[in-house]
Design a protein around this ligand. Sequence first.
Ligand SMILES: [Zn+2]
Ligand SMILES: [Zn+2]
Length: 332
Amino acid sequence: MNPSLIYPGIYRIRLPLAGKKPGPVNVYLFKGKDNITLLDTGTDLSWRYLESHLKKIGVCFSHIHRIIMTHGHVDHYGAASRIFFNGKRNATVIAHAADRRPIETGTDVPSDAYRRFLVATGTPVIYHFGIVPMFFLFRKRLARPCPVHETLNLSEPLLMGDYRAKVIETPGHTRGSVCLLLEKEGILFSGDHILPHITPNAFPMLEKSGLPVRSSQNEFYESLERIKIIAPQIIYPAHGKMIRDFESVHNMYKTCFAQRQDSILRTVQNNPGKSIYDMARIHFPEISGSRRFILDLYLAVSEVYTHIQVLEKLGRVRTLFTNRILLVEYIQ
Ligand SMILES: [Zn+2]
Ligand SMILES: [Zn+2]
């Protein structure tokens, strides 16, 4: 059923999202006595669905007091601008300070940063012309930039409907990813930090200069440990079904991560002195024939790069620049 009442005063609304993974977006409406809060919005392409589903529970865009984003990806903030402006600017838009820029401008770093990253990873120039515009067009189609009126206050509980949620910072998937915890009820709204069916991408956190300083994989797993300590009874993710057994999802992530890291290390060992791009092509040969080649190529390069960051920290590989390209060596 859509929308479905998942807890007193809390509704889940499932909105369409193109592609098989990660699947439809779950947004959550907290309908309280004096406060109506929407957690995530879906893309700008699905705002009419959202509007009609909200009507079924007696809510119009202009009734919404707060729009809170779990992070700055298009499937989570894409319709925020539409809801805000069509709702007579009644809502306050709230997000983590670190994801404010992508929500307000449509991109977390200038396009030059992507180019610099592609150069450093050894990705041939011919693909730069596909990858960089692809991101901008993709974002433009799925999201309208939206003003962020408030950044999340991490020291105070956040009013959502009749509930007070604790904001848990969970960087990794993006810089400003957060989970929201209803402590008394033992319920966690995990955004894309915890998904039941796939391991969330830890995208490289590009700097203006191109190469990331922060390690998204390491931060993602540190954030996961934070959730393990909290041990929520129920997790409502932004894609897929409710999770009751966090332990088994956590174990699945750890196994996948260890296997991927192991096989990337073996790729480095067998192909010394190669670029990240070369290793991505060796490691993921299947992308060559894919219809979404440009996107898959970028994801493959990102995946190898973020794992190399972890392996370098562990002292298993070393990287060095040669002619502006980062080459990777196995450490015996
Ligand atoms: Zn995301
Ligand atoms: Zn998502």
